[in-house]
Design a protein around this ligand. Structure first.
Ligand SMILES: C[S@@+](CC[C@H](N)C(=O)[O-])C[C@H]1O[C@@H](n2cnc3c(N)ncnc32)[C@H](O)[C@@H]1O
Length: 548
């Protein structure tokens, strides 16, 4: 996944203070157009008008940006109903047309020569830097040349959160960031790129720490406090965010004020290798995305062990998706550091990221077991596809613990409007009763139907999820095709499970599922064996969205 990330953005995420003079420019980024503007994809540019009646927007662009721009335009058309028509040329030709004032389009886009440079487009009045080009960090510039309202809106969309996700997912490997100081740049990236992952990380941490929910919690390398706010919302902890970068403090405090959590959250400037706390002070110590940037991880772990109460648990690490290669370390290397640091009870956890867990000698027993489960399925959607709003179909073969856990996870961590699909009226009625008692009727609607013939229109859902053997035993191809049909372009589906207790004769090999998937004709379908066996389907963005 890191292959998509430009070193520059990674620097901002790294937590290492660097020369940020190149960051003097700020890009104004507006929110994406509202989903309520959505209309059917594919109609539109007839007679040069789109569905809103406005003139279709003509974009002249550097052909190196073709793949991400086409992806972004597809999503833009889906959300707004407005079509973009492109003309891609070699950059020298684009620039020559710009310089001769013969671009003859509404928007022009080119890529600067090197990191920190402008370009003929970048020098036009009001030009905006909308992305960085991987791997050397050249900026992608866009300028609006006409008063076509779609032009300005498309540029905002291209540089906005959805655009960022699509730039970075593209095989062309674009990505973005902006800011004046490291802390500001980091905050910007958090707001626009990774904010949606914090509830998931907080949930994961709370499950790992064996039921401890009150006392002192220290967050090492807290940055701007997003994780801390999410942890506080779900616990009674008094949380101390510690960060080596004092510039994080005002941003942390602003976030805490906005969440009205000033009485429980505070910021301390300090170094993870020399914690400013007395022995046995904290009930819980957490850290996200910071560990691998600490020069002496062993020293940090010894400090964590010193400060942690014997009844406490520490869970430190992350998925490091956006971390530059230079600051990643292999599981083997981390295991060696952990073994040699001399902290009893410290171990590396490799599930869904790379973590170090320290379980105190008197900590709750549950802290020793992995607390993942179906509720964690939501993590995959949030972290891998950034889908947290819109419509979700949760395919429930029954209303057991797995299905209830999955629903709970989606309710807790997303704003998705959930439809739960049950195989019979009887099961659906029982589920409906349970959902009503749990006061979740406003979030979950029950429906009866089967995967072979889903009772929904094409393109109805942003995501489809399911746990259990709901498609492996029969009509596999038809079921995969049905899931694909009901996904909207840009949507994602993940169905499967760990099948821990399933007898071998009931299991279906991944090869068999791969053969079925290959027969479906779906362009973006994959069977993965990552913590279970999963069928992953994406729609409308080619294979670019499938993770490897
Ligand atoms: C990638 S950011 C993660 C921030 C935050 N945990 C989050 O997930 O939003 C890494 C953070 O670690 C901090 N950091 C780096 N080295 C540190 C150290 N030795 N001690 C404390 N904080 C450190 C950086 O200043 C930065 O805020």
């Amino acid at each position: 996944m890191t292959r998509f990330l430009a070193p520059l953005e990674s620097v901002f995420l790294s937590g290492i203070r660097r020369d940020l003079t190149i960051l003097a420019l700020c890009v104004a980024v507006a929110a994406v157009p509202s989903r309520s503007l959505r209309s059917a994809e594919g109609e539109g540019a007839a007679n040069g008008k789109d569905q809103s009646g406005a003139k279709a927007c003509r974009v002249l662009a550097d052909r190196r940006a073709e793949e991400p721009l086409r992806t972004i335009a597809k999503e833009y058309a889906f959300r707004t109903g407005s079509q973009i028509s492109f003309r891609f040329l070699p950059v020298a030709e684009v620039d020559a047309l710009v310089q001769k004032k013969k671009a003859e389009c509404d928007v022009v886009i080119d890529i600067g020569e090197k990191k920190g440079s402008t370009s003929p487009v970048g020098e036009l009045p009001g030009a905006t830097r909308v992305a960085w080009k991987h791997p050397t960090g050249e900026p992608v510039w866009a300028a609006v040349l006409t008063d076509n309202p779609n032009a300005a809106e498309f540029v905002r969309f291209t540089g906005g959160p959805t655009g960022h996700r699509l730039w970075s997912e593209s095989k062309a490997g674009f990505t973005i960031t902006t800011g004046k100081t490291h802390a500001e740049a980091f905050d910007w990236v958090v707001e626009n790129r990774v904010k949606h992952t914090y509830p998931m990380t907080a949930m994961r941490m709370l499950r790992e720490i064996g039921g401890i929910r009150e006392g002192i919690c220290i967050d090492i390398g807290c940055g701007t406090g997003n994780l801390d706010v999410e942890l506080a919302k779900r616990s009674k902890f008094k949380i101390i965010g510690l960060d080596i970068d004092a510039d994080m403090k005002p941003l942390f405090e602003r976030r805490v004020r906005e969440a009205k959590l000033q009485d429980r959250l505070s910021f301390v400037t300090g170094d993870a290798q020399d914690l400013p706390f007395e022995d046995d002070y904290a009930d819980v110590i957490v850290s996200r995305g910071t560990l691998t940037f600490i020069p002496d991880i062993g020293e940090c772990l010894r400090e964590v062990d010193r400060v942690l109460k014997p009844t406490g648990v520490a869970f430190l690490g992350g998925r490091y998706i956006y971390t530059p290669q230079a600051y990643k370390i292999s599981n083997e290397k981390l295991k060696k550091i952990v073994e040699e640091c001399g902290v009893p009870g410290a171990k590396v956890v490799e599930q869904r990221g790379q973590w170090v867990k320290i379980v105190g000698p008197k900590a709750p027993e549950e802290a020793n077991t992995y607390q993942g489960g179906p509720h964690m399925l939501v993590n995959r959607f949030i972290a891998d596809y950034a889908i947290t709003e819109g419509k979700a179909l949760l395919v429930c073969g029954s209303d057991g613990g797995a299905q209830q856990g999955m629903q709970q996870g989606f309710v807790e961590s997303t704003d998705l409007e959930i439809t739960a699909l049950y195989p019979s009226d009887k099961v659906a009625a029982a589920a409906e009763k349970r959902i009503k008692e749990a006061k979740l009727s406003d979030r979950i609607t029950c429906k009866v139907g089967t995967l072979v013939d889903l009772p929904f229109d094409e393109g109805s859902f942003d995501l489809v999820a399911g746990v259990g053997p709901i498609l492996i035993w029969d009509h596999r191809e038809k079921k995969m095709q049905e899931i694909y049909r009901v996904l909207r372009p840009g949507g994602a589906a993940l169905v499967g499970g760990k099948y821990l207790y399933m007898p071998d004769f009931r299991k279906v090999s991944s090869e068999t599922l791969r053969a079925a998937a290959a027969n479906t004709g779906i362009p973006s379908i994959r069977i993965s064996d990552d913590m279970g066996q999963w069928v992953e389907i994406r729609k409308g963005i080619g294979n670019g969205g499938l993770r490897d």
